[in-house]
Design a protein around this ligand. Structure first.
Ligand SMILES: [Zn+2]
Length: 89
């Protein structure tokens, strides 16, 4: 999994804002994101270890250790869901 930091997510956040990928919720911390360029869908998984956030996508960029806009798209939805959980707890 790739550790998500402010530095390595900045570019992907910009890409994500431009492309606005469609995100579907699959399971807790697991999301499906549709590619903006083709008909592929990628599964994104998140984990939190010692307060640090990690993410993994199935696309080529993520395989090379880069944070892709799919991860950011899913992260946006994940943060929203975690916030909802806190409100209802
Ligand atoms: Zn990706």
């Amino acid at each position: 999994m790739i550790k998500l930091t402010t530095e390595n997510t900045t570019k992907a956040i910009e890409r994500c804002k431009q492309l606005k990928p469609k995100v579907s919720f699959l399971a807790d911390r697991t999301f499906s994101v549709k590619s903006a360029n083709n008909s592929n869908s990628y599964t994104i998984r998140f984990d939190v270890q010692n307060g640090e956030k990690f993410g993994q996508c199935e696309c080529k960029a993520s395989e090379r250790g880069l944070v892709c806009y799919h991860i950011i798209g899913a992260a946006t939805v994940n943060i929203y869901r975690q916030g909802l959980k806190r409100q209802t707890a």
